[in-house]
Write a protein that binds this ligand. Structure first.
Ligand code: SF4
Length: 380
């Protein structure tokens, strides 16, 4: 399978109250140095293998943070750096995560010209009061306009992120956002559950304003109802949190769920190749400084996965897909009969209707997706 290339962009124009990602406030001078460091890190990946061994890659994913704070010219330079080192397939998928308030029709057209062919908007909600509670910068109208502008710029692959189980959100409010998302006709949607971290400012905001999250059973109802509506609108669920129109699944993210390999560039980025997992230093400043001094972007965070860990990962991530795991493929790759090894622990989930075994495949049912963590715990 060709490699995936992930490029982390850690800058945001404001920090959302729930955010737990590796990001910081936008700083123009630091961004300039950061882009140069990214180019160097990517070039160095080429030095690690001779030109004859150039590896093929077919996806580049700009994630963040807010990658749409990089100028289109900077994105083009990074894409070129990738092409200099990797055999980037002609039918590549190049995704840019974008926040609605950072784009315009002209800027999106410039990203398109820079090689980006998929844009993923962090919309989160189509209800302004919910967006304000999350301290997001954009409003629902700006999100709608951003999707229109992407279409005008020629993007035929547009994704939207939505978050459910927001403070003060009930099933009806959530479904308003789902319907609004269907209304703007994206090609792909990712639905995430809000997790309120103990040190998130949102936790204090919630305590102060006496906001609460709906009971667990409502969260389950939100998920199930959204999936039903999206399917009725022509989307196919292909992963626990992701739906797409036919032919519009995220090729990059599928590498994470199908035992693929990828390079991660930038601060805090993870790589997994040839059974070795590594993580770059998290701090943006430290990353830029290390790369500038000719040092590796990783310090000690390098781990050779044991065969057991590789097997556990393949099962754990494969089960996220609606098509589930191919037990024959696992046996030929890892030499393990999954059912003999784990069947005893998995049987109660089969009996409860959470897991389906059909020939060589085993997969979660939709009901099973609600208790996915419990099922996956069998493998780790
Ligand atoms: S835009 Fe995304 S990465 Fe940036 S602070 Fe908000 S949630 Fe975090």
């Amino acid at each position: 399978m060709p490699l995936g290339l992930y490029v982390h962009v850690p800058f945001c124009s404001a920090i959302c109250s729930y955010c737990n990602f590796n990001r910081g406030l936008f700083d123009a001078a630091l961004k300039t140095r950061y882009v140069r460091a990214l180019e160097k890190e990517i070039a160095r990946a080429g030095c690690q293998s001779p030109v004859a061994a150039r590896r093929s890659a077919d996806t580049v994913y700009f994630g963040g943070g807010t990658p749409s704070l990089l100028e289109p010219g900077e994105i083009a330079r990074i894409v070129r750096a990738c092409e200099d080192v990797f055999d980037v397939a002609a039918d590549r998928e190049i995704t840019l995560e974008a926040n609605p308030e950072t784009v315009s029709a002209a800027r999106l057209a410039a990203y398109r010209a820079a090689g980006v062919n998929r844009v993923s908007f962090g919309v989160q909600s189509f209800r302004d009061e919910e967006l304000r509670r999350l301290s997001r910068v954009h409003g629902a109208d700006r999100a709608r306009a951003a999707v229109r502008e992407a279409r005008d710029a020629g993007f035929d692959n547009v994704s939207i992120d939505l978050m459910m189980w927001l403070p003060q959100q009930g099933v009806a409010q959530w479904l308003e956002s789902v319907d609004a998302a269907i209304g703007v006709e994206p090609d792909h949607l990712s639905l995430y559950l809000l997790e309120v971290y103990p040190n998130a400012p949102l936790k204090d905001d919630m305590a102060r304003a006496r906001w609460s999250q709906a009971p667990d059973e409502d969260a389950a109802a939100m998920y199930l109802a959204a999936m039903e509506r999206l399917e009725a609108a022509g989307f196919e669920q292909y992963e626990i949190s992701n739906v797409a129109r036919p032919g519009r699944r995220s090729r990059h993210n599928l590498k994470y769920w199908t035992d693929g390999e990828w390079y991660g560039f930038g601060c805090g980025a993870h790589s997994t190749r040839s059974g070795v997992r590594s993580k770059n230093v998290s701090s943006t400043e430290e990353y830029v400084e290390r790369i500038g001094r000719g040092l590796s972007a990783t310090t000690t965070d390098v781990h050779r996965l044991t065969p057991e860990e590789r097997l556990g990962d393949a099962l754990f991530t494969g089960l996220r897909l609606t098509e589930g795991i191919d037990l024959d493929a696992i046996r030929s790759r890892y030499g393990v009969d999954v059912w003999s090894r784990f069947g005893g622990d998995l049987a109660p989930f089969v009996d409860a209707g959470c897991l389906l075994r059909n020939g060589p495949r085993v997969r979660l049912t939709r009901q099973g997706m609600l208790v996915a963590n419990e099922v996956m715990a069998v493998f780790v």
